[in-house]
Design a binder for this molecule. Structure first.
Ligand code: SAH
Ligand code: SF4
Ligand code: F3S
Length: 436
């Protein structure tokens, strides 16, 4: 039998890209490719890119530059660029980096096998009529007990700073039946935790025979599937947290007590300029309702500092919001102008000011993260073992609240869901002892 060809994929950006990379690997699997973890012996290198911030695409170009010696040594090596930079820059990528054979956008990657078979430079950044998921192979054996499942793609929100509506296109929800069958398939392969994905996952309104479903209804239906112990979803928009979804946090035990609910800024004027379409008070009220449904929920958020025109007082409003909400974890970014977005037309604030604000916010976020971890000490939580730890007899998994947890449990297996008591907290993880 011929040696299988080797595919190396590097994934940048969000969880949707992680999911897409898995599906591209599966699609190339049908072409006789197996994945490898180094580009050195690969027959094909695929960079699945992110366009969200400036540095991400610069990083792509420097990574491509680093592949040049490999391509020079082995001209047969296929180099592909997928994802959001592929969508945004298209042919420009091959103009700047002629070593790139294939450019494929996030809505066209079911055509990757065909592009790879063709000779000469290939570019496909269509938003095709057909649904790519209908043209991809079934999910194959999973590596671990957790999986992502994309239920919704694209975004119609057009936040003034964001490229996603341009790179991923309009909001599309996958049909209910397809999602349920993919979930059943994953569960039959040992998956016990599914994270439902979408750029605006809670705007989900997929079609079923009984009319359009909401994310809450999807979650309630998944919760009835035997063998599925945990459900999460990301990323949600505050304006799409409907009553039933909030209620589900209180009455669906499989829905884990962690919610990523990005707010971006604590200033009403900046929120308006960002086109977020809600105020800081709306957000506070929403947080109160979610916490009333599920008091121990941990919240996380994304923040942008240094949006054009942001004043010291407006930044202080963000700090104040963070103090008032109290997050389990958060991600903060310095604003970067993205070509083609409305905010990119506006004058930027001084880089030093933005840097200082980012540092100040990150100090507060780190302190809150630490406090949230410390507050877990002594509590009983569930942990799903994902892999052996570095020490002998150790297992590592995620708690219900998405904390990484180390447990000494020599006879345990990956995929076991156990109860533990948290005994300690270090910088980025918890330690615990198993109690059942
Ligand atoms: N759909 C999600 C976010 C997708 S992008 C949502 O609505 O929240 C992930 C995060 O990147 C955003 O939440 C935002 O904080 C950050 N981001 C997006 N565009 C950015 C830009 N131009 N500059 C800096 N950060 C940005
Ligand atoms: Fe971007 Fe806003 Fe859409 Fe999130 S909601 S993907 S930040 S445009
Ligand atoms: Fe990046 Fe595209 Fe995701 S821009 S954050 S990879 S949707």
């Amino acid at each position: 039998m011929a040696e299988p060809k080797k595919l190396f994929i590097k994934t940048y950006g969000c969880q949707m890209n992680v999911y897409d990379s898995e599906r591209m690997a599966e699609a190339m699997g049908a072409e006789g490719y197996v994945t490898t973890d180094t580009p050195d012996d690969a027959d094909m290198v695929l960079l699945n890119t992110c366009h969200i911030r400036e540095k991400a695409s610069e990083k792509l170009y420097s990574d491509l530059g680093r592949l040049r010696p490999l391509k020079d040594a082995r001209p047969d090596l296929k180099i592909g660029v997928a994802g959001c930079v592929a969508q945004a820059e298209g042919e420009e990528i091959q103009r700047r980096m002629p070593l790139v054979d294939i450019v494929v956008g996030p809505q066209a990657y079911h055509r990757l096998p065909a592009l790879a078979r063709n000779k000469g430079p290939q570019v496909d950044t269509d938003f095709p009529e057909e649904d790519k998921f209908d043209h991809l192979p079934q999910r194959k054996a999973m590596r671990g007990p957790t999986a992502f499942l994309t239920v919704q793609e694209g975004c119609d929100k057009f936040c003034a700073f964001c490229v996603v509506p341009y790179t991923r296109g309009a909001e599309v929800s996958r049909p209910v039946a397809r999602i349920l069958s993919e979930a059943r398939d994953l569960i039959s392969r040992g998956v016990r935790e599914i994270t439902l994905l979408g750029q605006n996952v809670n705007a989900y309104h997929g079609a079923a025979e009984t009319g359009d479903w909401t994310l809450a209804r999807l979650i309630r239906t998944l919760a009835e599937m035997d063998g599925l112990d945990r459900i999460r979803y990301t990323t949600s928009h505050p304006n799409d947290m409907d009553d039933d979804l909030i209620a589900a946090h209180g009455d669906v035990p499989q829905l884990m007590p962690y919610l990523h609910l990005p707010v971006q800024s604590g200033s009403d004027r900046i929120l308006k300029a960002m086109n977020r379409k809600h105020t800081r008070d709306d957000y506070f009220r929403l947080v109160d309702r979610i916490r009333a449904a599920r008091p121990d929920i941990l919240l996380s958020s994304d923040f942008i500092v240094g949006f054009p025109g942001e004043t010291d007082a407006e930044f202080e409003d963000t700090m104040d919001l963070v103090r008032r909400v109290g997050y389990g974890q958060s991600f903060s970014f310095k604003y970067s102008a993205r070509p083609g977005t409305p905010a990119a037309e506006k004058p930027e604030i001084e880089a030093q000011v933005a840097d200082a604000r980012l540092q100040e916010l990150q100090r507060l976020i780190t302190a809150q993260q630490r406090a949230a971890q410390d507050a877990m000490v002594g509590r009983e939580v569930g942990v799903l073992y994902e892999k052996p730890g570095r020490l002998p007899g150790q297992m590592v998994g995620k708690s219900d609240h998405l904390h990484a947890v180390h447990v000494t449990d020599p006879d345990a297996k990956v995929g076991e869901l156990v109860r533990v008591r948290v005994t300690g907290a270090v910088t980025n993880s918890l330690s615990a002892i198993r109690i059942s």
